[in-house]
Write a protein that binds this ligand. Structure first.
Ligand SMILES: Cc1ncc(COP(=O)(O)O)c(C=O)c1O
Length: 429
């Protein structure tokens, strides 16, 4: 069976990386779908890139019918928002969103402590101060009581994240943002295709941001998108991605604010359009496999699927399939399970990211040089405080299975058999 080669491939990656990448390239090219590899070509990406290369317009411009414009329309439709603004990455999308929403140095944005560090860096690169909040032990998404405690006089925005594609409770996020006068930024970088309260992820915030980078729902190498229903905000964002040039969006040649080159290349836009076309089918297959998986693990007390604030398989984008773990009930330790998955070549990882306040820049005080104004001691207290649920999630009560496990029957069976034997072994030791 092909999946039996996985441990060998893991070894090959260490012994001979060159040969490993050659094997992966050939396998992807000739057996990609049956091996369940991801990312994968989902449409006519090669032809779409070729068409751009054969044209004279490789970068974003404001002519008619270019790939990024088409992508923006298609993306906005797919998310149910009026406007979409194609940008260079999810991180730059977050930075530009904060600037467009009027946040200034000294303002604070509350964000969950165990999201990707890119988010905290984006907040700081926009001149804004990230304040961290804990997650719920139940949903692994924001703990809104803790968010409430962390909001201070300088808080101006809340970032709600669809972590690993599971839906955040956007009605609760919206209610809290309205109550405390915060802008709501919906980080859907991992959540394209998730559904919250009957609406697509990304459509709830003042802005919704998406990433097309590594391990994201659709992938283009790098890339991102911002969606909004506010026409003024959309124009401001288009200006911000283009050095703040007002000529294109506002008819006045001027720079009125600090801005970026946040543009998306036409080559990337062409790939994104094809990925977006193929995504619904891909997501439907993934959800079917997760449904089967839920049946496979039903007999294990102490191991269950975590669907965030949602309760249906159809509400998650499963960028990673998150599992809730009770080590005592299951009789096996998370660390042992992850070690077994690693040697058996079963893609698996944490159910959250390293706590951001534990990363060197935040732990050792490097951040102090970059907080332009504001209450440094309040910020320092926040970074030194405890986030017990996120910590426990990282240490013991959750993990995630990567998508490739669900994208071929061989990988799926391998994952189940390694999981079963890892649990058996864990119980014996
Ligand atoms: C939740 C989340 N937000 C934002 C980002 C940043 O996206 P990008 O890598 O495209 O800058 C990431 C990247 O992994 C992410 O996981």
């Amino acid at each position: 069976m092909l999946y039996r080669l996985l441990p060998l491939l893991v070894k090959l990656r260490t012994v001979s990386p060159g040969l490993y990448y050659l094997v992966i390239r050939l396998a992807k090219r000739f057996m990609g779908a049956s091996l369940g590899v991801y990312p994968r070509v989902m449409g006519n990406e090669l032809a779409a890139v070729k068409a751009v290369l054969e044209s004279s317009q490789w970068n974003m411009a404001y002519g008619r019918g270019l790939a990024h414009e088409r992508l923006e329309h298609e993306f906005a439709d797919s998310v149910g928002s009026k406007y979409a603004i194609a940008v260079a990455s999810g991180g730059v999308a977050l930075q530009m969103s904060m600037r467009a929403l009027g946040l200034k140095p000294g303002d604070e944005t509350v964000v969950q402590v165990d999201t990707c560090s890119a988010t905290a860096l984006a907040v700081m690169n926009a001149g804004v101060t990230p304040i961290f909040a804990d997650v719920s032990a139940e949903t692994f998404m924001l703990d809104f009581d803790d968010v409430r405690r962390r909001i201070g006089p300088s808080s101006k925005a809340l970032i709600a994240t669809h972590m690993w594609g599971n839906p955040e409770d956007m009605a609760a996020a919206r209610a809290l943002a309205n109550e405390r006068g915060l802008k709501l930024i919906e980080d859907a970088c991992l959540g394209l295709g998730a559904v919250v309260g009957g609406r697509p992820a990304g459509s709830w915030g003042d802005v919704g941001v998406f990433s097309f980078g590594c391990i994201k729902p659709i992938q283009t190498g790098e890339g991102g998108m911002i969606v909004t229903n506010d026409e003024g905000l959309a124009r401001e964002l288009r200006s911000l991605r283009h050095w703040g040039d007002r000529a294109i969006e506002f008819g006045v040649r001027d720079t009125t604010t600090l801005a970026w080159n946040g543009r998306m290349s036409e080559l990337i836009a062409a790939v994104a359009r094809e990925q977006l076309k193929g995504y619904p089918k891909h997501l439907a297959e993934l959800r079917n496999a997760v449904e089967d998986f839920r049946g496979e693990i039903a007999s294990y007390a102490g191991l269950s699927l975590c669907l965030g604030s949602g309760d249906a398989i159809a509400s998650s984008a499963f960028t990673q399939v998150v599992l809730k773990l009770d080590e005592t009930q299951l009789g096996a330790k998370k660390a042992d399970l992850l070690a077994r998955f690693a040697v058996s070549g079963v893609p698996a990882w944490q159910a959250n990211f390293e706590l951001i306040n534990s990363l060197t820049f935040f732990k050792q005080g490097g951040w102090r040089d970059w907080i332009l104004r504001g209450d440094i001691e309040r910020v320092a207290d926040n970074y030194a405080s405890a986030f017990p649920n996120a910590e426990k999630l990282y240490q013991s009560n959750g993990f995630g299975f990567g998508k490739p496990n669900f994208l071929s029957s061989g990988n799926f069976r391998n994952m189940i058999s390694v999981l079963n034997s890892a649990i058996e072994n864990g119980r014996k030791s």
